[in-house]
Design a protein around this ligand. Structure first.
Ligand code: 2P0
Length: 340
C-alpha cells in the first residue's frame, strides 16, 4: 500500500509575460518572466497521487475524466521525478517500479486563459515530489509540464529565469519576495468568457516565434529592462510603476500575438472595453490605481491595492450589472499546500 498525497497549488498571473520558446521539447523560454502567485482559496488546482504495487498502468483523471498518460509532457514530469528519486535514493527500487494513479481538478475554467496548466502541472509535480520524497528544487520539472507552471511552485512574486544553458539547467523559477512583503496587493479576476481558447498557448507561441518581428524586438530591447524595473518596483512597493509596466507588457504581448502570421486574437471587445475603463479610472483618480493584464484569453486580471477593491468592484458592477466579480477577489499566496 502507499499513502495518497494530496496537494493544492495556486494559479499565477504574469506581469512580464512568457511568450515564445527557444526549445519546445525542454520548454525553454525566449525571455525572463515575472508573476504573482494568487491565493489558493479562490483559484487553485488540487491533485492526489498514489503508487501501488497492484496498479496495472499509470493513469490520470482530469476533472473526473480519464485522460491518456501518453502525453510527452506528463511522461517527462514523471520520468524526471523518478530520476531524481533514484539519484537521491529517497525511495526503494520496488517503489520506483510501481505504477502511479493521478487525480487532478481545477476549481476554475480550464484552458480559458486562466493559467490552468500552470496550477495543474505545479500541483502534479509537487505531489509527485512528495510521493517520491524528492528534496531538490522541482520548478524545473514543473517547467517540463508547462512553462508557466514553474512559477506556481513558489508564492508571492516569482521570476522565471530564461537561462542560457541549452540543456535548461538554469531555466528555473526563484522567489522575488514572499506573500507577506506586499499584503495590500490584490488581484481581481474578471471572467469575460470561459470557453476554450481558439489557439493554444503552445501553438500561439510557436507561430509568434516563427513569424513575429515584434517578438524579436520585445525579447532583445524591452523585456530585460522591464524585468529589472518591475522587480525594483515590487521590492519598493511602488504601485504606479508596477502598474504601468504590467499594463505595457500585457499590451505588448497581445501586439505580438497580433503581429504573428496568421494572427492570434485573444482579447475581445469586452476585454478592450475593460482596458479603456481602467485607463479612464486611473485618469479620474489622478494617479495609477489599477493595472490590467490579459493572458491568452479574454479574461482580465486586475492588480490593485486593498483600499481600491470596493471602489473598483462598485465600478464593475455599475458597468456590468450582471457580473459577480467579488467572487474572484484574491490576495497573494505563499505557495503550494500539502493536504495529506
Ligand atoms: C505567461 N502565458 O507568462 C504567459 C502569458 C499566457 C500568456 O505562460 O507551452 O501554458 O505549456 O509552456 O505555460 C501560457 O503558456 O505554455 C503562458 P506552454 P503555457 O503566463
Amino acid at each position: 500500500m502507499s499513502d495518497i498525497i494530496t496537494v493544492i497549488a495556486p494559479v499565477n498571473i504574469a506581469v512580464i509575460k512568457y511568450w515564445g520558446k527557444r526549445d519546445e521539447d525542454l520548454i525553454l523560454p525566449l525571455n525572463d518572466s515575472v508573476s504573482a502567485t494568487l491565493d489558493t482559496s479562490i483559484m487553485c488546482a488540487k491533485t492526489s497521487v498514489c503508487a501501488r504495487a497492484d496498479f496495472k498502468e499509470d493513469a490520470i483523471w482530469l476533472n473526473g475524466k480519464k485522460e491518456s498518460f501518453d502525453s510527452p509532457r506528463l511522461q517527462n514530469c514523471l520520468g524526471e521525478i523518478k530520476l531524481r528519486a533514484a539519484a537521491e535514493k529517497s525511495v526503494s527500487e520496488d517503489f520506483l517500479q510501481r505504477k502511479v494513479h493521478v487525480c487532478s481538478e481545477n476549481n476554475f475554467p480550464t484552458a480559458a486563459g486562466l493559467a490552468s496548466s500552470a496550477a495543474g502541472y505545479a500541483c502534479l509535480v509537487t505531489a509527485l515530489a512528495k510521493l517520491y520524497k524528492v528534496k531538490s528544487d522541482v520548478s524545473s520539472i514543473a517547467r517540463l509540464g508547462s512553462g508557466s507552471a514553474c512559477r506556481s511552485v513558489y508564492g508571492g512574486f516569482v521570476r522565471w529565469h530564461a537561462g542560457i544553458n541549452p540543456n535548461g539547467t538554469d531555466s528555473v523559477a526563484t522567489q522575488i519576495v514572499d506573500s507577506t512583503h506586499w499584503p495590500e496587493m490584490h488581484a481581481l479576476i474578471l471572467v469575460v468568457g470561459d470557453t476554450k481558447k481558439k489557439t493554444s498557448s503552445t501553438v500561439g507561441m510557436r507561430i509568434a516565434t516563427q513569424t513575429s518581428e515584434l517578438l524579436k524586438h520585445r525579447v532583445k530591447y524591452c523585456v530585460p529592462e522591464r524585468t529589472e524595473e518591475i522587480i525594483q518596483a515590487i521590492r519598493q512597493k511602488d504601485f504606479p510603476k508596477f502598474a504601468e509596466i504590467t499594463m505595457k507588457d500585457s499590451n505588448q504581448f497581445h501586439a505580438v500575438a497580433l503581429d504573428s502570421y496568421p494572427p492570434c486574437v485573444y482579447m475581445t471587445d469586452v476585454s478592450h472595453f475593460i482596458v479603456d475603463l481602467i485607463h479612464k479610472y486611473n485618469t479620474a483618480s489622478g494617479s495609477v490605481k489599477v493595472a490590467y493584464t490579459f493572458d491568452a484569453g479574454p479574461n482580465a486580471c486586475l492588480y490593485l491595492l486593498k483600499d481600491e477593491v470596493p471602489k473598483v468592484i462598485s465600478l464593475i458592477k455599475h458597468v456590468f450589472p450582471t457580473s459577480k466579480p467579488e467572487s474572484f477577489i484574491t490576495g497573494l499566496s505563499s505557495g503550494e499546500e500539502v493536504l495529506s
